[in-house]
Design a protein around this ligand. Structure first.
Ligand code: G3I
Length: 472
């Protein structure tokens, strides 16, 4: 996947250059993937820090708040992507049929342009926030009106949108894996692909996303979205990205398989984007959750960026849960600091760059250590399975010494097959399989850990059979 560095504002790109050079020098000196703490050369805004790895950091914006100096100050200082919170929705842009109203959305786009940020368009087709006239239509009349809306709005903003949420929240909650029973769904099951084709025709340069909530971990709803994306890719329906809204609170915390879920979608050949992040809470617990989400995006190469759903807690659609990165006065919260530090690479393994590293043979022979006893490394497996398939996350932990390479062995149950792996190189696809580190995650500090994952069909393995590592 390519990230568009050129359109990131100048301050960010020069910061990017500095980080890359620092890493390259370090890689030559030690001849291996290295860990950088990001303290001395750390960027000081969310946007610049995200740009260091080619990503964006965005926020939802309300047009009527652009006259608030505190709000505008934080927006223009911190964010490199902007999503109109309500102003591009159907009720806002087409209040009467075929009469379009773009003033508020245009103000937000103009602000984004003036601060060198890009725009996520939200949302072309959705069962909510439809104008009254559309709610009263059905069948062919509604289908035609929806497609006309998609075409008109995407054409108005042609060339100005990084990614469109073409279709929003089209799947039902719960375990059915079914489409949501909306007026749009009742126009025919192919309404989603029809919307995507219309959007592509209107603005060929925009990335086209499907966006939803409660799809942040693996469950019946996300499996259904996954199957739709897979089907679209197979049949050539234009889709470029999947948005994971990521609205979290104590009843719906960050799922343990959040990263694995992003990764399995990325493996379908789409970009993944965190589109509406907010996490209710406060203090360290909230800060830690923001760290987990941010690190998950950084760990998935195809995760293009993170958008938070508002700037200050008081700007949030659920303000009482204080779910954002700035308090009501615009002060940075602990969650801001943890997010910034994570973006700046604290504890993140980065690959060596263009200069080939000097290879030093390990001085100590590889040691095989079956978990859970101590030794060079151990590996623990967690599984998320559904009927006929599974995703496994494996945590590899170094023993008392740092390691420079590692390999994990396990046996898949009879009839099961590996379909893809991430953050590891797999050998074999059934029976006994092995996973070796890739270039950027072989080195693990003493007592530290890294994660890789894989996906398969059939029933999941329940344990690893061994972890082998070379001491650093
Ligand atoms: O603008 C009117 C104002 O004139 C009126 O006085 C006031 C009285 O209620 O309502 C104002 O409009 C509200 C609008 O937000 C602007 O504040 C609407 O009633 C209210 O329904 C609307 O809520 C938005 C909600 O989507 C609608 O579904 C939230 O701001 C917005 O944050 C939220 O965003 C959604 C995403 O689009 C999709 N994913 C979930 C996310 C959170 O619900």
């Amino acid at each position: 996947m390519t990230h568009d560095f050129a359109r990131v504002r100048g301050r960010s790109t020069s910061r990017l250059r500095g980080v890359v050079l620092t890493v390259a020098a370090g890689a030559v000196a030690i001849g291996a993937a290295i860990t950088f703490s990001g303290t001395a050369d750390a960027a000081t805004t969310l946007g610049a820090s995200a740009a260091a790895s080619g990503r964006y950091f965005g926020t939802a914006v309300a047009a009527y708040k652009l006259s608030d100096a505190t709000y505008l100050g934080i927006l223009s200082r911190e964010f490199t992507m902007v999503t109109p919170e309500n102003e591009m929705k159907w009720d806002a842009t087409e209040p009467s049929q075929n009469t379009f109203s773009y003033a508020n959305a245009d103000r937000i786009v103009a602000q984004a342009v003036s601060q060198g940020a890009r725009v996520r368009g939200h949302a072309l087709a959705w069962h909510q926030q439809q104008p009254g006239w559309a709610q009263s239509l059905s069948g062919t009349a509604l289908r035609s009106a929806m497609l006309n809306h998609v075409t008109q709005v995407a054409t108005h903003y042609r060339g100005q949108i990084y990614a469109w949420d073409v279709v929003n929240e089209a799947f039902a909650d719960g375990g059915s894996g079914a489409r949501r029973d909306s007026n749009l769904q009742q126009t025919g099951n192919d309404w989603i692909e029809a919307a995507f084709r219309a959007a592509r025709a209107a603005d060929p340069a925009a990335k086209l996303c499907y966006n939803d909530y409660n799809t942040d971990g693996q469950n019946a709803k996300s499996n259904a979205v996954y199957a739709m994306v897979q089907d679209f890719k197979t049949r050539g329906v234009p889709i470029d990205c999947v948005g994971f809204q990521s609205h979290f609170n104590s009843a719906s915390p960050v799922p343990s398989d959040y990263q694995a879920n992003l990764q399995r979608f990325a493996a379908l050949g789409v970009e993944v984007q965190i589109t509406e992040l907010d996490i209710e809470g406060s203090g360290t617990a909230q800060a830690d959750s923001y760290t987990r989400v941010t690190q998950a995006c950084l760990n998935v190469a195809q995760c293009a960026g993170i958008t938070v759903w508002g700037i200050r807690d008081t700007d949030s659609w659920r303000a009482s849960g204080t779910p954002l990165l700035f308090d009501g006065s615009g002060n940075k919260k602990a969650a801001y600091t943890s997010t910034l530090n994570t973006l700046n690479g604290a504890g993140t393994s980065v690959p060596p760059t263009t200069t080939p590293p000097v290879t030093t043979p390990p001085t100590t022979p590889p040691v095989t250590t079956p978990p859970p006893s101590g030794g060079a490394c151990s590996a623990a497996l967690s599984a998320n399975a559904w009927t006929g398939g599974f995703v496994i996350t494996v945590k590899v932990t170094a023993g008392a010494s740092a390691v420079s390479t590692w390999s994990v062995a396990l046996t898949l149950p009879s009839g099961s097959a590996l379909t893809n792996a991430w953050n590891a190189q797999a050998t074999g696809s059934s029976g006994a399989v092995q996973f070796a580190n890739v270039s950027y995650n072989g080195r693990i500090a003493a007592g530290g850990s890294t994660e890789f994952g894989f996906q398969g069909t059939g029933t999941p393995p329940t344990a690893v059979s061994g972890c082998t590592a070379s001491l650093a």
